[in-house]
Design a protein around this ligand. Sequence first.
Ligand SMILES: C=C1C[C@]23C[C@H]1CC[C@H]2[C@@]12CCC[C@@](C)(C(=O)O1)[C@H]2[C@@H]3C(=O)O
Ligand SMILES: O=C(O)CCC(=O)C(=O)O
Ligand SMILES: [Fe+2]
Length: 368
Amino acid sequence: MPSRLSDAFRAHPQQQLKHPDFTSLHELPDSYAWNQRDDPSPETFATESVPLVDLNDSNALQVIGHACKTWGIFQVTNHGISTSLLDMVEHTCRSLFSLPVHQKLKAARSPDGVSGYGFARISSFFSKLMWSQGFTIVGPPDEHFCQLWPQDFSYHCDVIKEYKEEMKKLAGRLMWLMLGSLGIIAKEDIKWAGPKADFKGASAALQLNYYPACPDPDRAMGLAPHTDSTLLTILYQNSTSGLQVFKEGAGWVAVPPVPGGLVINVGDLMHILSNGSYQSVLHRAMVNRSHHRLSSAYLYGPPSTVEISPHPKLVGPTHPPLYRPVTWNEYLHTKAKHFNKALSSVRVCVPLNGLGDVNEQNNSVTVG
Ligand SMILES: C=C1C[C@]23C[C@H]1CC[C@H]2[C@@]12CCC[C@@](C)(C(=O)O1)[C@H]2[C@@H]3C(=O)O
Ligand SMILES: O=C(O)CCC(=O)C(=O)O
Ligand SMILES: [Fe+2]
């Protein structure tokens, strides 16, 4: 099993797809036209809205805990990330995606790599193409940025580095808020958080997404429904809406951009750590006829060698562990192979009849 995030996809290389120049398309090609069969979820729209939390509010911990249990997503304000930094990141995204295709392809993601320009990893699980372009950054951006902007790369590198540092601090803070509401409050409760409890060794990937304006948005899909493989994800979206989340009993709910706000979603590893108490949220990005859309997702997880398992404080005789321990790399590997069945493939199979022979998937563990 690879031990670095950048090696997570060595065993599952991504197929090479053509990168069209979106700006030149005035009609939606058939390869981009999604039909109901590709998107089985009901197209209902809810009146409910995703919780909004002011991080300066004294109730923040409780509101976040409730949001993680019921929605698996919330938006935050007063998060400490300056508007000017968010503007600079947006500017870097804009500048990156508006480069000519041949220039972007100089920093193309290699089939078995994780960083660089290309289609979303999950593309291979769908028969239709997504109306988006992405740029993934794991580790320092210098090498790829040098190819994109031979003149100005150091400016863009500095923006991304500062953003990653700020995101890392905010993610550590959010970790304690999310865990705190489950009663996981002491430094010793999460050993890998380190002596200062600041999650210094955490790993992360930054995913920049660009959704060009689309001639036929009702039939196109920006980013297909998925959950993130993370502990948590911090998403910045520009002022164009498009993000939707699936809520049981309500259907697809839009997550409108809140000025200066950030969207936080629970990922699969947090679902495991919370022993199923927090939901990793199914989400997708829709596209727009007249406006392009930009987003940046900070995908946050544990250090590569750390195994995540249901927290001992949440496990007991009446609450058996629902998942077996997994490292982030191992889980990304599983996701690249099984996509939306990845979570169930690491689920511990509790026998329903006590006979211990219930084992729906050959790589799940049977207990009892
Ligand atoms: C650290 C990560 C997390 C990854 C894979 C790798 C780098 C890029 C991330 C995303 C970003 C876009 C959605 C997703 C589903 C995708 O296709 O690539 C994510 C995936 C995951 O959360 O599984
Ligand atoms: O663009 C968005 O709103 C969603 C992006 C996303 O889900 C991701 O990058 O994982
Ligand atoms: Fe996502």
